[in-house]
Design a protein around this ligand. Structure first.
Ligand code: KG4
Ligand code: ZN
Length: 348
């Protein structure tokens, strides 16, 4: 079964064709990073306009690269939640329209759940994850630990109570003067830094699987203000230029180290208590090498993670989840589908 996936929840316009949930026939991603870098973050209005411009060419390219026509496509999957409303609307409207005019079954999927399915995509013909799966989902908008008993049957063990981890990487990068997106630029700068240069606190939570990163971000801000010899009213936008490259690298390394330790601690505890058959990481922050290394060294079984281009937003993961959804669910009425910008993971 060949599913065409469509993704437009944030700042990537993407389309892909995946066979039987596992085999990528094409995977096209049009990133808007260049458009947003000058603002230091995603501007929703600009994101939506860019999606409109490229959505049709991106879908056509996904078909062309797979060497397929609409006749060969068995179903359409689209991320309808969560995300930026203007962005979600473009992909969802495209999917609804195509489902109607090409007469294809439509499977709306949850973007965060779909990140997990990047681990079901076959890259080197490796086997798929085995249930129960412990999934650490870490992206720009989400940080959560989930236990999947089966496809569509999952339990939220813990989640962030404030900022997502990717958001913390992006905000800290801004404070210390590294380019957007902060994740890759912090991990690169951290390679030349001393992770013990600054001591940051790890938040203690009532639910041991929950996260909190906003205190850590503020702790970094205060430490940067101290190093720069300014008080807390000094404009944070002018702070970065007062740091040396060495200080910048040390902040990047110290922040990354405590952020990674927090994620690894929670995941290890969940592993010990729930005995999953597979442990996987997913989402943009799963691209982080320090996280991959520390998790691999700490968890007794193999930790599975996707290649970097499948960690960040893409439509292959959407098509994969759409396929597994189609095995147990009826297609959704394309006339009834609405976007749900702040929906947490649910069992549609
Ligand atoms: O999953 P994603 O592409 O979009 C969302 O659904 O949010 O994740 C984007 C996030 C950004 O916050 C970015 O800074 C982070 O993933 N990221 C990383 C790395 N690469 C991307 N964070 C840490 N280390 C990286 N290497
Ligand atoms: Zn994402």
């Amino acid at each position: 079964m060949k599913v065409l996936g469509i993704e437009s929840s944030c700042d990537e316009t993407a389309s892909a064709v995946v066979e039987n949930g596992r085999f990528i026939l094409s995977n096209v991603v049009n990133s808007q990073i260049d458009l947003h870098t000058i603002y230091g973050g995603v501007i929703p209005e600009i994101a939506a306009r860019s999606h409109i411009e490229v959505i049709n060419p991106v879908i056509n390219q996904a078909l062309a690269e797979a060497r397929l026509t609409w006749q060969d496509i068995d179903a359409i999957a689209v991320s309808y939640a969560p995300g930026l409303i203007g962005s979600l609307l473009i992909g969802t409207l495209a999917a609804r329209t195509l489902a109607i005019i090409k007469n294809k079954p439509l499977y709306p999927v949850h973007h965060v759940e779909a990140h997990v399915y990047a681990n079901f995509l076959s890259v080197n013909n490796e086997s798929e994850p085995q249930f129960p799966i412990l999934a650490l989902i870490v992206s720009g908008g989400h940080s959560q630990l989930m236990l999947f008993k089966n496809h569509g049957d999952f339990e939220m063990l813990g989640q962030t109570q404030d900022d997502a981890i990717g958001e913390a990487f992006d905000k800290v990068a801004k404070i210390i003067g590294l380019p957007y997106p902060g994740g890759p630029s912090i991990s690169q700068a951290a390679q030349n830094g001393n992770a013990s240069a600054y001591q940051f606190p790890m938040a203690r939570m009532q639910n041991p699987y929950d996260f909190s990163f906003s205190g850590l971000k503020t702790a970094v801000l205060r430490a940067v203000q101290r190093e720069a010899n300014v008080d807390i009213n000094f404009p944070s936008t002018d702070l970065a230029e007062r740091l040396t490259d060495t200080q910048r690298a040390n902040f990047a390394a110290s922040f990354q180290s405590i952020a990674v330790e927090t994620l690894v601690n929670r995941t290890l505890l969940a592993y010990q208590n729930f005995h999953p058959k597979s442990v996987i990481i997913a989402g943009g922050v799963a691209a982080n090498q320090a996280l991959r290394q520390k998790l691999t060294a700490t968890i007794p079984i193999t930790v599975k993670y996707p290649p970097i281009n499948l960690c960040t937003d893409n439509a292959a993961m959407i098509a994969s989840l759409g396929y597994y959804r189609s095995l147990s669910n009826s297609p959704f009425d394309p006339y009834q589908l609405e976007v749900e910008p702040s929906l947490s993971m649910s069992k549609r």
